[in-house]
Design a protein around this ligand. Structure first.
Ligand code: SF4
Length: 374
């Protein structure tokens, strides 16, 4: 960066888009972050060092709500099968879901596929080059659009994902509830105000990566490592010894507890699977029939099926808004269940089917004859 370095700790006022003064920002933040990223940030992740919007987009979508360590296994596999946006757009959705299986938040996979098709159909296979253009595509939110635009096209626009909101709230001792829309708008303004004033494309890449790295590795949700933080001298929460107060969240997500009875009907080396509805939990994936109670499950069973079933260990499955207890039941049958939606899927074909992670794990080991004969 070429701009003269402001005096340490200097702050400049920023106004919101409504014109109200909202906060005094540390003028020194961007150069410090860029310098820190070069020295102490993360380098060498497989999605770094590319300006290909397809690869950056894919990594950004996978990294939403998902640990880097998990994505490291999925990203190369996905790229190997779908090396570019055209290959992804042309693939059957079931294949995309199968490769996504285990990453969770499956609406991301459906939107990924829709987005690839929109890029091919509406943009001649090339991603738009601005954050505004990217945000108009399916499944690309404002922060993801900003990340792609900054990394690939050097646009001067800030990411504001959950990690960044936490960093900003601490850095600026931001008192608003980060769950509320008005606070989120204010944080966008603040994030824009912190950007380097006239950055080169290289500055924007380093700054954006630095912000991500700071939130992921230093200013973490629990036990932030302030002792190594490049922003420590600028951080109001640190100065006031009030880090635990930020970010302010007044509404906690309440998880509802539910029990789901899963009926695994097995015929030889095949299991009966149904496609889940397009909305709701496990949307669009395949699972054994799901019942809200044991009576419902027994009532739905076709006449002529054996009355002896095997129940295996319940499985706890936590989702954002739901705490599920899965109760697997197994039955060996000769006949397809008349009147049920679904189909027999051979064990050897399961790898190519989109399955929720706990169902894949249950099908991975539990339906051997000994279990069914117990
Ligand atoms: Fe976060 Fe601590 Fe750095 Fe402040 S000093 S930004 S609380 S890590």
């Amino acid at each position: 960066m070429s701009a003269a370095r402001p005096p340490e700790g200097a702050r400049t006022a920023v106004r919101s888009t409504q014109g109200n003064p909202v906060q005094a920002l540390p003028a020194d933040f961007a150069p410090r972050l860029i310098h820190w990223q070069a020295r102490d940030g993360r380098h060498g992740l497989p999605w770094q060092g590319t300006r290909d919007p397809y690869r950056v987009w894919l990594s950004e979508i996978m990294l939403q709500q998902t640990q880097v360590s998990t994505v490291l296994a999925y990203y190369p596999r996905f790229l190997e099968r779908f090396p570019d946006v055209a290959a992804l757009a042309a693939a059957p959705i079931d294949e995309v879901m199968a490769l996504w299986s285990g990453l969770g938040y499956y609406s991301r996979a459906r939107n990924l596929h829709r987005c690839a098709q929109a890029v091919v159909a509406d943009h001649a296979g090339r991603f738009p080059t601005s954050a505004a253009g990217l945000e108009a595509l399916p499944g690309i939110g404002a922060s993801t659009a900003a990340a792609i635009a900054a990394f690939c096209f050097g646009e001067r626009v800030s990411i504001v994902d959950g990690n960044v909101k936490r960093v900003l709230a601490r850095l600026l001792a931001f008192d608003g509830d980060v769950g509320q829309a008005a606070s989120q708008r204010a944080l966008w303004d603040l994030a824009q105000g912190l950007l380097p004033p006239q950055p080169s494309a290289e500055d924007m890449r380093a700054y954006t990566q630095g912000l991500m790295d700071l939130g992921a590795t230093v200013c973490t949700r629990t036990r932030p490592r302030c002792e190594v933080c490049p922003a420590r001298g600028l951080c109001l929460a640190f100065e006031r010894e009030a880090i635990a107060r930020y970010p302010v969240k007044t509404r906690r997500v309440q998880r509802r507890f539910e029990r789901w009875w899963l009926l695994f009907a097995v015929r030889g080396d095949a299991v009966w699977l149904q496609r889940r509805p397009e909305r709701g939990i496990w949307a669009g994936l395949h699972s054994p029939p799901v019942f809200a109670g044991e009576d419902d499950m027994r009532a739905a069973v076709p006449t002529g099926w054996p009355s002896h079933w095997t129940a295996t260990e319940p499985v706890a499955h936590a989702l954002t808004h739901r705490e599920l207890q899965l109760l697997p039941h197994w039955v060996a049958v000769d006949e397809a269940p008349a009147g049920w939606a679904g189909e027999w899927v051979k064990r050897s074909a399961l790898a190519a089917v989109g399955l929720p992670a706990p169902v894949r794990s249950l099908l991975g080991g539990a339906w051997d004859p000994q279990v069914l004969d117990q």
